[in-house]
Design a protein around this ligand. Structure first.
Ligand code: SF4
Length: 220
């Protein structure tokens, strides 16, 4: 841990806030780029799908989840989320996914605006193939649902990062904010736990009171 005692501990909440602001800025940039790609390609998720959220392979770094951890603390939800993580129900599936329908459709992300990188990128960005050429990180279900549109999107993505965001660019942009917290992707629930613990510990060290953690309402 890069901060622990004395003066450094007092500045830890400020450091977390600064890092989270940096991550949010990368997310905003990426969201604009993805929105433009979606508009031009016509590619869109199948309403109410949620299959990628039901996967057990979603990974993130602690840094990517710092904005969400701060938000959960601010809203007094940190303890509740940690308790749910401790309860360990479906520990491999993202804890933030809810099967409750949102509107007419089933299943939704309960932290959509603070979701990590992979959740933003998947299906709407490109990765470099073995020859170093960009290739759409395509969603199998989208390809099956609308092969023509998916083919058009893949052709666009092949034109380069000006057409579709390149995953690596955004991973690097977050990593550069803090190479320690921004490396070593973990299963999303484990990354969320570490981000919450980091934020909670920094606040506890800053306030000098362990009881501050027990109520999110008192965290800020
Ligand atoms: S963070 Fe949200 S979008 Fe990402 S896997 Fe979890 S529920 Fe799905």
């Amino acid at each position: 841990m890069r901060w622990s005692t004395g003066r450094a501990s007092r500045s830890a909440p400020a450091l977390n806030a600064r890092l989270a602001a940096g991550v949010r800025a990368v997310y905003r940039r990426l969201d604009r780029k993805i929105a433009a790609f979606r508009r031009r390609s016509g590619l869109a998720c199948i309403p109410g799908c949620g299959e990628c959220c039901r996967s057990t392979g979603v990974e993130a770094t602690v840094l990517e989840l710092l904005p969400l951890a701060l938000e959960l603390c601010r809203r007094g939800k940190a303890e509740e989320v940690l308790a749910r993580l401790d309860a360990g129900q479906e520990p491999e599936r993202c804890l933030l996914f809810s099967e409750q329908p949102l509107g007419r459709f089933g299943g939704h992300c309960t932290a959509y605006s603070r979701r990590p990188l992979l959740c933003r990128l998947f299906g709407f960005s490109s990765m470099e193939n073995r020859e170093g050429r960009p290739e759409l990180a395509a969603c199998r279900l989208l390809r099956q649902a609308d092969p023509a549109r998916a083919g058009q999107a893949a052709a666009m993505a092949a034109r380069g990062r000006a057409a579709a965001p390149l995953m690596r660019d955004y991973g690097l942009a977050v990593y550069r904010l803090d190479p320690v917290l921004g490396s070593g992707a973990l299963p999303v629930n484990a990354a969320l736990r570490q981000a919450l613990e980091r934020v909670g510990l920094s606040l506890r060290l800053g306030s000098g009171s362990s009881r501050q953690l027990s109520s999110g309402a008192r965290l800020h």
